[in-house]
Design a binder for this molecule. Structure first.
Ligand code: XMP
Length: 510
């Protein structure tokens, strides 16, 4: 693999993704990893990422000079560029000139920037700068605040840039990264979606042998792709369990029971637990209490299904859809086993004793989607917007009842239909529809007075759900949604729009 050394900013994972976009497999390692630990991974190149520090700060992470004697190509980015310069005998200075944001870069000669426009924009973010390149290096890029903004020593396999080639604001960045990987490091691009599938299938076969596995399907993309991969690897020896807790949206059960099964041919057990959940939720309006009840019942149902399968000898392995960012963030790289317990079907008691199979633990979300498509899963599953585990249970403000679920399901289906028809699915992150079941307002429909409930539309745009902004939906789309909901859903006589960003509002109302 190409190892991306994480100096503690947000950049390392993005760099790793960009390397993979150049069809080269990459992994993130912490900067605390020793050179020999890195070399044990047999890296084809090492990339030193950007970081928040100044090389002059106390306890600034540095790089062991031994790294440059191992015969492995190295690329330094931003902070990584500076530690590299320093380790190889160049000069890094605190000149007082800072560059932050879009900056014009002048390039001349060299491999990395060859054939790119002589002057082009890049994204900078630095206080210190390299003022003298190490011996044997050509300086091939400069900017106003960085006399050495790019250098390379192709014979030695070393290069670096002061700017951030991995961000979209550096329009030629991906090209520069690709040139390093292919031309300087001599790595052939082989990491493609079909190679990912082949690799993973081989790994899963090796792991499960002739054993049996079980996988909980949530309807979401991660568990679907994980299941489809394992199915491809071990066929009939995988059983998927889908819990219908009655808090699903219109069509979701069909999507799993019909579309997913049609695409994969997987063995599916659906557990109809609608009554059990409604009974457990009766009389409860407190959001936290609802969440706890739903989580608890879910585990009960799944556990009993898992126990049945285990008793029949049909499962020793439990498939989970853990993704690479979770693995990196919990401190584990590939080859280590330090994984946080996952929330999908997590919380299973120890006495069930499954071995975990995590076929997505090396993949980023966009790769998971591509693998899903490669495996023939329908777009509706692969590009599905996020939907919370507790489902509609946390979108009914007040007690959850069968009638209220029916009402919300109908309103939600209309909103989704109209958003899809307007081609807005990829533009919005998600659009919860919330039923204010304890609120009533007066309306007039036909000649009669009504006393119904409002629903809230909560369209949001987001990168990662940590922050979000409300989406400016076109008025005509809002109008169609509002007209249809108030005409077609008897209990609803008012549609309101939530125009709160996150923070301060969360995406869901509960
Ligand atoms: P909030 O409401 O915290 O939601 O802004 C952030 C994102 O997480 C989803 N969400 C959940 N997903 N189980 C899940 O799997 C949950 O309990 C849960 N609660 C919120 C929410 O839909 C949004 O995408």
């Amino acid at each position: 693999p190409v190892l991306v050394v994480d100096y503690g900013a947000q950049y390392a994972q993005l760099i790793a993704r960009r390397v993979r976009e150049a069809q080269v497999y990459s992994e993130v390692v912490p900067h605390t990893a020793s050179v020999s630990e890195m070399l044990d991974r047999n890296p084809s190149a090492i990339i030193l990422s950007g970081g928040p520090s100044s090389v002059y700060a106390d306890q600034a992470p540095s790089v062991d000079p031994a790294l440059f004697e191992a015969g492995v190509p190295v690329f330094g980015i931003c902070y990584g560029f500076q530690v590299m310069a320093q380790a190889l005998g160049g000069t890094v200075e605190h000149t007082g000139t800072r560059e932050f944001g879009r900056t014009e870069l002048d390039v001349s000669g060299g491999h990395l920037h060859e054939e790119l426009p002589a002057r082009h924009p890049v994204w900078m973010s630095h206080g210190d700068c390299v003022t003298k390149a190490p011996e044997g290096f050509d300086v091939t890029a400069r900017s106003e605040g960085a006399p050495v903004a790019g250098f390379e020593n192709v014979a030695a396999g070393f290069a670096g840039v002061q700017y951030h080639p991995e961000v979209a604001h550096s329009p030629h960045g991906q090209e520069v990264l690709r040139r390093f990987l292919q031309d300087v490091a001599g790595i052939r691009p082989q990491w493609t979606t079909s190679s990912i599938v082949d690799d993973q299938v081989a790994r899963i076969r090796a792991e499960i042998g002739d054993g049996h596995a079980i996988c909980g399907l949530s309807g979401g993309v991660d568990s679907a792709v994980a299941a489809a991969l394992v199915q491809r690897a071990i066929g009939d020896r995988l059983t998927c369990v889908f819990v219908d807790h009655g808090l699903l949206r219109a069509g979701e059960r069909t999507q799993v029971e019909r579309d997913f099964v049609a695409a994969t041919g997987v063995n599916l057990v659906t557990v109809d637990a609608r009554e059990q959940f409604l009974d457990a939720l009766a009389g409860v309006s407190d959001p936290e209490e609802k969440r706890k009840i739903i989580g608890r019942e879910f585990i009960r149902v799944f556990e009993s299904a898992a126990r049945d399968l285990k008793d029949k000898g049909d499962a020793e392995f439990l498939v989970q859809g853990t993704l690479y960012p979770d693995v990196v963030e919990s401190g584990g790289g590939a080859g280590t086993s330090n994984i946080k317990s996952h929330h999908n079907v997590g919380g299973l008691p120890d006495d069930l004793q499954f071995s975990l199979v995590e076929p997505l633990r090396l993949l980023f979300k966009d790769e998971v989607r591509r693998v899903g498509l490669e495996l023939g899963l329908p777009e509706t599953i692969v590009h599905r917007q996020p939907f919370p585990g507790p489902g509609l249970g946390i979108r009914i403000i007040g007690e959850v009842t069968a009638d209220r679920l029916e009402t919300l399901r109908a309103a939600d289906a209309i909103a989704r239909e109209e958003l899809s028809a307007a081609g807005l699915d990829r533009e919005i992150w998600q659009c919860p529809v919330v039923l204010l079941a304890d609120v009533r307002s007066v309306g007039v429909q036909g000649d009669g007075r009504t006393y119904g409930h409002p629903v809230v539309l909560r369209p949001v745009s987001s990168e990662d759900a940590m922050t979000a902004d409300w989406t400016r939906l076109p008025y005509d789309v809002l109008e169609r949604i509002s007209t249809r909901i108030t005409n077609e859903v008897a209990e609803v006589n008012r549609v309101v729009l939530d125009v709160t960003s996150k923070p301060p509002g969360t995406i869901e109302w509960e």
